[in-house]
Design a binder for this molecule. Structure first.
Ligand SMILES: Nc1ncnc2c1ncn2[C@@H]1O[C@H](COP(=O)(O)OP(=O)(O)OP(=O)(O)O)[C@@H](O)[C@H]1O
Ligand SMILES: [Mg+2]
Length: 373
């Protein structure tokens, strides 16, 4: 993806949205719990988290469909906490596209504009403009039931963009699409967002979708934001076990800090009693209980010991062939498995290991992330 990197640096851009200590309760449920968040102008920002973690509730408070019990919502510097939806420069694309079935595509897109009292000719121009934007210029006269799922999704998008919102809120917009179409639409959405420069806040429970599309991702759990950062940062440097586990596959090895030297620490692993070296920016002291997180693709597997600083030995107990990769499950101690991803580069390559093979696993100390347990 070329886009986000080519944009003006995020920190230099003005804030499009600021949430300050925003909380929403439903009876005893705290759906969103004291969330602080700043989204920059022109950013494609994702809220990622499991079902029920508060994503939709957070979006609805930005849109004005839900009023926080406490905290403030600022859009473009204006406090809109108590403003009704139609007074906010925001539009929302709902999970179920909610197109009007009896109206044509053009009428669906024009609907919101009509309500603002925009003159007919200006409205027609605007409808053509946004339909062209989503590459549906020639579909204006069709009804939603004469469109494919992906086309319907683009009509919903065009309708939401027609009023030129400053912030577009998208709640699982691609949820109903099959995998191939979904991947294509992800790129289309990113390209569109770059062209028009509107701030997008996207809700998804699909970590790959969040990773491919976003400038930054917020990982939510139980109404809280656990971590915010660019995709690479949350993947390579998760700050908690939950984030490590939620984004991609993670090997989590529990242990105790045996010694510390600067950023380097030696960890005594619980599973094997052996040592592992890892690096950390968090201050650690001897005796701390920690978890060493290593991604499956950062681990090399060998038939013999290589004498590496980080080495585990074990037995292959499971192999998942995924085409591009194979995932080897290696048992390193009773009940403790490590996953190793090996790329299947060549057509004719034989699988390097098979069931019950003894293997030695190693990784670079810089590739182990220390998490506080
Ligand atoms: N109107 C409501 N009344 C009562 N409880 C609600 C209401 N809306 C949401 N909740 C609760 O608040 C919590 C967060 O819900 P929310 O819809 O924000 O989750 P979500 O992250 O969007 O989940 P999903 O991925 O399933 O859409 C849930 O426990 C939900 O049951
Ligand atoms: Mg939801």
């Amino acid at each position: 993806m070329t886009g986000p990197a080519a944009k003006q640096p995020l920190d230099d851009r003005p804030a499009a949205l600021i949430l300050e200590g925003v909380t929403r309760r439903f009876g005893a449920t705290v759906a969103v719990d004291a969330v602080d968040l700043t989204v920059r102008s022109g950013e494609l920002f994702s809220l990622l988290g499991a079902s029920g973690c508060g994503k939709t509730t957070l979006l609805r408070m930005i849109a004005g469909f839900e009023i926080p019990n406490s905290g403030r919502v600022l859009i473009d510097g204006q406090d809109v906490t108590h403003a009704p939806p139609y007074e906010r420069p925001v539009n929302m694309v709902f999970q179920s596209y909610a197109l009007f079935p009896h109206m044509t595509v053009a009428q669906n897109v024009a609907y919101g504009l009509k309500q603002t009292g925009m003159a007919r000719s200006e409205r027609d121009d605007r409808v053509q403009e946004v339909l062209a934007l989503v590459e549906l210029d020639s579909f204006g006269r069709r009804r939603p039931d004469q469109l494919s799922g992906g086309q319907r999704q683009r009509v919903a998008l065009a309708r939401a963009l027609a009023k030129r919102p400053k912030i577009l809120l998208l709640d699982e917009p691609l949820g109903a699409l099959d995998r191939k179409l979904r991947e294509r639409t992800q790129f289309e959405l990113v390209n569109l967002q770059e062209r028009i420069g509107t701030t997008f806040i996207l809700v998804t429970h699909d970590q790959e979708e969040a990773m491919t599309m976003s400038d930054r991702i917020a990982i939510m759990q139980g109404g809280h934001i656990l971590q915010i950062g660019p995709p690479r940062e949350v993947y390579e440097y998760p700050t908690s076990r939950t984030v490590a586990d939620f984004i991609g596959a993670a090997n989590l090895l529990e242990g105790t800090v045996a010694s510390v030297e600067g950023r380097s620490a030696e960890i005594r692993l619980q599973a094997t009693g052996g040592a592992a070296m890892a690096e950390s920016d968090i201050p650690l002291k001897t005796g701390d209980a920690v978890t060493v997180m290593v991604r499956p693709e950062k681990i090399q597997a060998h038939r013999a010991s290589t004498g590496a600083a980080n080495e585990l030995s074990g037995t292959v107990i499971d192999i998942a062939y995924l085409g591009d990769l194979s995932i080897y499950h290696v048992q390193i101690a009773d009940g403790v498995r490590v996953q190793v991803a090996i790329a299947n580069r060549r057509h004719a390559d034989e699988a390097p290991f098979t069931w019950d093979d003894a293997v030695f696993l190693s990784w670079h100390p810089g590739d182990g992330v220390i998490l506080i347990t």
